[in-house]
Design a protein around this ligand. Structure first.
Ligand code: NAP
Length: 299
């Protein structure tokens, strides 16, 4: 049955993939700070609204009465959040709880997108039930938002991705975009070899979101790829799949980058629960990058 799905942060990487996933058979509307990429004459209606404006947000949801809400919007600048901690908390910690309470009151199911940063990143990979211990303002704000949403009593699923990449238009540069561009231009790149993850391909995360909604699987879910690898190994696999020169990739350590926010060195998300309970196949990094390559060539 066709539903009306409201997506927050509709111009972002994951949202653009959600639009691709759901728009063939559902009605989509979105909220974001900027008008963004969607043509106002097309069927996807985007409203410019700062989600921190709780009154306007509440009015909008009551007036449009969506069947489902998917909350992807976030303050995503991990280093910026150290200087703008209040803003990171206003967006990442407060808004998820506000939205979840509105959804609870209107009995609208909600999907909240969280992150592996809720964990300490010192002893991963992590199961859904592992102890959270966020480090840094972005991580702490996302953890507070996740908890507020979970505490709301709404019909809610929380999905945690890590190191997300994918295809879209007018996006902030992700690690994979940057890497492919630099290697294609023949420029050497420095990539850390001491941060471990199992990156999440946004196109498949959109498919996973649909499965979770279809099955009304109100729970916490982890989604990434099959293997946990260092960022350096991930870069080598990218170069291999895209036929780019891996010799340009130099391994460095995280301390050499001198970043403002702490980075999880041993992270990664165990995806067994999705595999066992929802029968969702977990693909290798190479398989997912090959899908991205196809997607990029097709667009
Ligand atoms: N990307 C990753 O590696 C990664 C990894 C793990 C988890 N996540 C989580 O996954 C989710 C989606 O990430 P993404 O990379 O797709 O995000 P994204 O591309 O940064 O998109 C987020 C969107 O939300 C908008 N936004 C920010 N603050 C807003 C506000 N106050 N009101 C309305 N809209 C607002 C942003 O607008 P502006 O661009 O104008 O600010 C942007 O269009 C986020 O919750 C993020 O925390 C991401």
């Amino acid at each position: 049955m066709s539903k009306h799905i409201l997506i927050t942060g509709i111009n972002g990487l994951l949202s653009q993939n959600l639009v691709q996933e759901f728009s063939p058979d559902h009605t989509i509307s979105g909220l974001d700070l900027n008008p963004g990429i969607f043509d106002p004459n097309q069927k996807i209606k985007v409203t410019q609204l700062d989600l921190r404006n709780t009154n306007e947000l509440t009015k909008h949801i009551y007036a449009t009465a969506p069947d489902v809400l998917i909350h992807t919007a976030a303050y995503t600048n991990v280093d910026g959040a150290e200087a703008e901690r209040d803003l990171a908390f206003a967006v990442n910690a407060k808004i998820p709880g506000d939205l979840a309470k509105i959804c609870r009151d209107l009995d609208i199911p909600m999907i909240h997108i969280s992150t592996d940063y809720v964990f300490s990143g010192t002893n991963g990979p992590y199961n859904e039930a592992d102890l959270c211990a966020p480090r840094g303002s972005y991580a702490e704000s996302k953890y507070a938002g996740e908890q507020a949403a979970l505490d709301s009593g709404a019909r809610l699923a929380v999905i945690r991705p890590n190191v997300m990449y994918g295809h879209g238009r007018n996006l902030k540069s992700s690690f994979v975009d940057w890497l492919l561009k630099e290697l294609a231009q023949g420029r050497p790149v420095n990539v850390v070899d001491d941060q471990y993850n199992n990156p999440t391909y946004a196109r498949r995360l959109a498919m996973v979101t649909r499965q979770i909604l279809d099955r009304q699987a109100w729970d916490v879910w982890h989604f990434g790829s099959k293997e946990v690898v260092s960022r350096y190994t991930f870069a080598l696999i990218c170069a291999d799949i895209f036929g780019l020169p891996s010799g340009l990739i130099n391994a460095i350590s995280t301390v050499e980058l001198n970043q403002k926010a702490p980075r999880p060195l041993r992270s990664g998300l165990i995806c067994e629960k999705l595999k066992q309970e929802l029968a969702i196949p977990i693909l290798s990094i190479g398989e997912e990058l090959a899908l991205l390559k196809e997607e990029m060539h097709a667009s």
